[in-house]
Design a protein around this ligand. Structure first.
Ligand code: ATP
Length: 506
């Protein structure tokens, strides 16, 4: 594979070719940044959701789930701050007429300088034995100079974002001589704020009062149901409410496939705690969530925490779990200590008390909240891109294999009669009928066995079960494992138990 860009392109075309993800409305040339999940995609997505739900709701006795509506009272988005402050700064290039996020242009510029440094480090690594990277970074004049540039730009950029200084953002883009990648010119418009919420009309009369929003996050559905759940579930602090559901954001620049979509799905959990205990729980959820990611068997070096230096005004701690996507480390999940901001705002805007009576202290108060928030689609992309491998075989051919964690794989096993005669299809069907009650399995009798194995490798099926002549004599089948391609025989009576053992954890 030539480079990461090529790898990413291969991953996207593989997702389409093998029924994982299709561009939405493809026969009408697609709809920008909207995607459909195909027959295997929906299975992988459901398995990811189930894996999360089990870890959060089933394994934590003090977390329950809800499913709130996408449409909500419009005042909710006033209270949450989304109407006034859920904006991205946008800028247009007058020559190409292309629209960009001003912050992303600056971040990309910083990334380019960082890439230069990394190249320099890699080059030196190859040249010197016993290479001391830290020392090199501190002493190499080019690296030092570039690092200084990054620090200066970052500080300036953070200050401008913090102060919502749109004129300053434009000036920074001009000062850094950032050009439009399409036209190559620096002929920019002013920077303007753009609200990311989609709005629509409810009812038949199209006046302003009926404007409602498609939710840009699922969290607010949890906040406004806080008391309903607490009272009906007789929940005691600390406790959590989890939800999986669609969210919508009119992203200015939607790109990188399903990384940034306009319609996507979130898995969020709000954990309600006593005031003063939130930072302890923030640390707890950081540890829990990274454990969850690593339980999938993806090596730890693919994840890192990125603590927010500048916090939103309502947060007193925030971190992202970043994943090493083919295009670099990017946010996969956010963990935020949101204080009592949201519940207090809903108290204020609704005029209803959203308080918890603490039987231990005999006090009523608005609980503090620690939130974990992860995109299903981003998680899908993380798992899928990490699983994709092109392997050179001894005979010179290339095996494309999706090394998906077995518990997330859409099809758990394929049942394959070696040939389409001598009673093998009938025996294979019998086995299929047993296995399919427990797992999603596939029966396939078409083409040579090698090609069928490759087809299953390409969709990520962890086990192929082959019925051959010997099966008819001693009731054993071969199991071929996807990753190692090792084969061994198992008695048909033991088959289901063997698979259960291998797929444990679901
Ligand atoms: P980003 O900085 O990438 O725009 P964010 O900080 O706005 O993300 P949050 O509001 O914290 O994201 O949303 C929580 C999670 O929802 C993110 O970590 C991500 O996994 C997912 N998410 C957010 N926006 C999108 C999107 N447009 N498409 C897909 N997933 C998204």
């Amino acid at each position: 594979m030539a480079n990461n860009e090529d790898l990413f392109k291969s991953i996207i075309s593989h997702a389409k070719e093998y029924g994982y993800i299709f561009p939405s409305s493809e026969i009408y040339d697609g709809l920008s940044a909207v995607y459909d999940y195909g027959q295997y995609g929906v299975e992988l997505k459901n398995n990811i959701k189930q894996y999360w739900w089990k870890a959060m709701v089933q394994y934590h006795e003090n977390i329950v789930g809800i499913d709130s509506a996408i449409f909500m009272h419009p005042t909710i988005w006033k209270a949450s701050g989304h109407v006034d402050a859920f904006n991205d700064p946008l800028i247009d290039n007058k020559d190409s007429k292309k629209r960009y996020r001003a912050d992303v242009l600056i971040e990309d510029h910083i990334q380019k300088i960082e890439d230069k440094i990394n190249k320099e480090v890699e080059k030196a690594k190859k040249r010197f034995e016993n290479f001391d990277e830290a020392l090199f970074r501190q002493t190499n004049p080019r690296v030092v100079e570039n690092q200084k540039k990054i620090d200066e730009i970052t500080a300036k950029y953070a200050e401008l974002m913090q102060n919502n200084d749109l004129v300053g953002l434009k000036q920074l883009i001009l000062d850094l001589e950032i050009a439009c990648p399409i036209s190559g010119t620096r002929n920019w418009t002013d920077v303007r704020q753009f609200n990311l919420m989609f709005s629509t009309q409810m009812g038949s009369v199209a006046d302003g009062a009926d404007t409602i929003y498609l939710r840009p996050e699922t969290a607010q559905g949890i906040f406004v149901n806080f008391l309903n759940v607490q009272k009906t579930g007789r929940m005691k602090l600390p406790f959590g409410i989890a939800q999986i559901g669609k969210a919508f954001r009119n992203e200015i620049v939607a790109r990188q496939f399903i990384f940034r979509m306009r319609e996507f799905e979130q898995m969020e959990m709000q954990f309600f705690v006593r005031p003063g205990e939130e930072l302890k729980w923030f640390e707890y959820w950081k540890a829990e969530r990274i454990k969850w990611h690593q339980s999938l068997g993806i090596p730890a070096e693919n994840y890192r925490f990125h603590d927010h230096e500048k916090l939103a005004h309502y947060a007193n701690a925030a971190t992202d779990i970043e994943f090493k996507f083919p295009f670099g480390f990017k946010e996969l999940e956010g963990i935020h200590s949101r204080t009592n901001y949201d519940l207090s705002r809903h108290e204020e805007f609704s005029g209803k008390k959203l308080r918890y009576f603490d039987p231990e202290t005999n006090e009523s108060y608005v609980p503090y909240v620690v939130e974990t928030s992860i995109g299903v689609d981003r998680m899908f992309l993380a798992v899928f891109s990490h699983a994709y491998h092109e392997e050179k075989m001894e005979d010179g051919s290339v095996r494309v294999v999706l090394r998906l964690p077995a518990m997330l794989a859409p099809v758990k096993a394929a049942v394959l009669p070696l040939v389409k005669k001598d009673g093998m299809p009938e025996k294979a069907r019998e086995i299929m009928d047993i296995l399919k009650r427990e797992y999603l399995c596939q029966y396939d009798e078409k083409d040579a066995i090698g090609r069928r194995y490759r087809r299953q490798d390409a969709i990520g099926t962890p086990f192929c079960i082959t019925v051959d002549n010997q099966t008819l004599e001693d009731n054993t089948v071969t199991i071929r494992e996807r990753d190692t391609m090792q084969q061994y025989r198992v008695n048909v009576d033991e088959l289901l138990n063997t698979l259960r053992g291998k797929l444990a954890g679901m």
